[in-house]
Design a protein around this ligand. Sequence first.
Ligand SMILES: [Zn+2]
Length: 493
Amino acid sequence: MSFLFLPKSDGTYDRLPVTPENTRKYIESIPLYRDDDDPLFWSQDRIREMQDQSFKRQMEWVWDGHDYYKRVFAEQGIEPGDIQGLDDLEKLPLTYKKEYMAEPDSFKLKPSEPTLYDWDFEIAYTTGSTTGMPTPFWSTIHDVHGVWQLLFRGIKIGGLPPNARLMNLFPLGPVPHIGFFRARDIGIMGVGFSSSFGATGMTYPEFPVHRSMDYAMDVIENSKAQIWLGIASFMRRLIMKAEAEGRDFSSTLHIQALGEACPQAMREDMKRRLQNMGAEEPFVSNSYGFTEMQGAMPECDDFSGCHDPAPNLYFFEIVDEETGRRLPDGERGLICITHINRRGTVLLRYIVGDLGAITHETCPHCGRNGVRTVIAVGSTYATRTSELVNLKGTLINPEILRDEVANTRGVKEYQIIFTKKDPDDPYSLDELMVKVSPEEGFDMEKLEQEIQTRLITAVEMRPRVEFVPMEEIYDPTVALKAYRVLDMRPRDE
Ligand SMILES: [Zn+2]
């Protein structure tokens, strides 16, 4: 479970369980939080009214200087008067990643009367696209101020103690990636936070500035880091190595595992290992974020759902994969974001590329209003749409496989592979294979049986289980994160 760290006058804190009442108490105890007019505590109606107003202004900006949408609206006969508020959003077409990636510059606002706040502040790049080419995403000075407020409110949702010691474990990558730089900015926006950096990542021989995982572990130990941010599989591997070396990680309070799903068993595994290194009840959390929102949606408690900290910046919808219609709360579909207060890259009804579900219900854990993602599959919030695969003629969601294998006790690392019975014969039958690196001392035969039983139950397919050393699955010195699902079958052209 998660805690709210209520500061005491002697510089220490009380750990309170997350309840709406304790959340109030926590906020009241920190003047910067108390004095923040946080829309997440407004009524749903008031939030929506504010969003409608913001969206109206955003549409004026779009009509003034957005090349892509002005062209598309003209083609489709959409006039400025057609769009009065967010209820009219369904009149607009969905924007897919491929459209944005084809002409990113056309998505950048070019206001007719720019101010200082319209100057470019930074460019982030979206990654993980099917073409592999990073796409620029521009933020102006205006936008970055909005993102700093998002981060401030995100930290508040996390219930973190003031004056916390932070550890940024995102890699210092070759392309400006949102993870590293937002984790840096959390240091800026926290209440008296101090930050340390692992600075791992792909080396650039010309300027050898990158550092090793051992260095990152030293920093955590020496700085007595309390809050960590990083990519889930990288942090888990670091924890495993540290545990084997008998490191002292007793200061760890809260881990933000980002960048990929972190199912329940993975969280518990990380927590247990941290406890073996002296940490007391550390919270391993899995926020949901992406470049096009410039930050992440944190959980207030274990599996509470991920809160959008910035209803003043974004409007979320879940839309039907086939029809593009908005779906009601709780139903799973495509996650879709509309920017309602941005001056750089502006996206309307943008399909993020994940399947998920949302709710507007008041959060029973912390009492916040506004939108939250809810668990969509197993113990994870979102699943990549591109990962839906046809195996043996059946369409299956690899997230279900991933969740089942990850939640099997005794599995240290795993990889799910879709392959062929005979790899040299593209017409031979599909095969489901699971590579597993087991925990020491686990009965491998039992483990194999359990994985088979779980997958047969989940997707009615018997996998071939192969035991391998963990480096064969994921080598943190080479890859950014672990690839949990691989499709090795030859492609049909
Ligand atoms: Zn909550």
